[in-house]
Design a protein around this ligand. Sequence first.
Ligand SMILES: [Zn+2]
Ligand SMILES: [Zn+2]
Ligand SMILES: [Zn+2]
Length: 287
Amino acid sequence: MTAARAAALPGSEAPAGDERLGEILRALDEDFLAVLGWDWERRVITWPRQHPVIGLPDCPVPGCPLAITVSTRPMCGGCMERWRGSSLPLEEFLLVPKQTSRGTGQGPCVVAGCGRPRVTVAGRLCLAHHVQHTSAGLRVLSLEEFLAHPGVVGHAEFGPCEVAACYLKAVSGQVPYCEAHLNRLYRARTAPGFDEAHWRRTDKAICTTREVSLRGMPERLVAELLYGLWVRTREGFKSRPECLRPVYDRLRARQVQQLEEVTDPAAHGHGREQVTMIRAGSERCAC
Ligand SMILES: [Zn+2]
Ligand SMILES: [Zn+2]
Ligand SMILES: [Zn+2]
């Protein structure tokens, strides 16, 4: 890390006098961070489409927004399942557009100047504009006609989802959460002794194909995880988002401050392997 970028870290979050953090930050590879689309404000790893070790190509099925995360497969996991349930040869299946997709993440409302997210990734309007478009006077309009109607104006956004791990926008003025976390909240708060403030700090990030959140974690842990991923990649180990995401979510849920604390005997499979590799990487960074 360059001095300039280190200086750009929020001073309030960087532990003063933590020499180890400084060492890890200086050891991070700038080019690799760029490959990950890393931004210290957003704190989300985006798996690249093209990279010799960790590249995830787009699923080739028309209309599918997902990525191929298992390199030996010709399609994303969902399209593989659909193909196995069809009687089509692969070449023909790859030509059939995907009709519906749950999609991933969150897209912006297409009304000019509207800061609110779409109701669904596949839809194109925020909730307020969806309701307006389906109202008595405007429902006969096509989407293009609706967008050009003088009574259709953009709305201000509601602000960010307040789950620490989340990087999406809130979908309501009443509760400060994205749609996914709102649904997770409804389920979580039925548990006895539910603590919403603790839940905000520790709940999982939303699941997308390419993106993995390192938000809601201390600087030291974020730096260790980035360094570990770089070491794994440099050594030619493929890291898939669906393997790392649960590890990162678990570290956040347990409010881990640094990887030295991780001695979880219950970790298993990919999880233990990844944490072991990550920690091994971070321990080598002072050399
Ligand atoms: Zn697909
Ligand atoms: Zn809108
Ligand atoms: Zn959220």
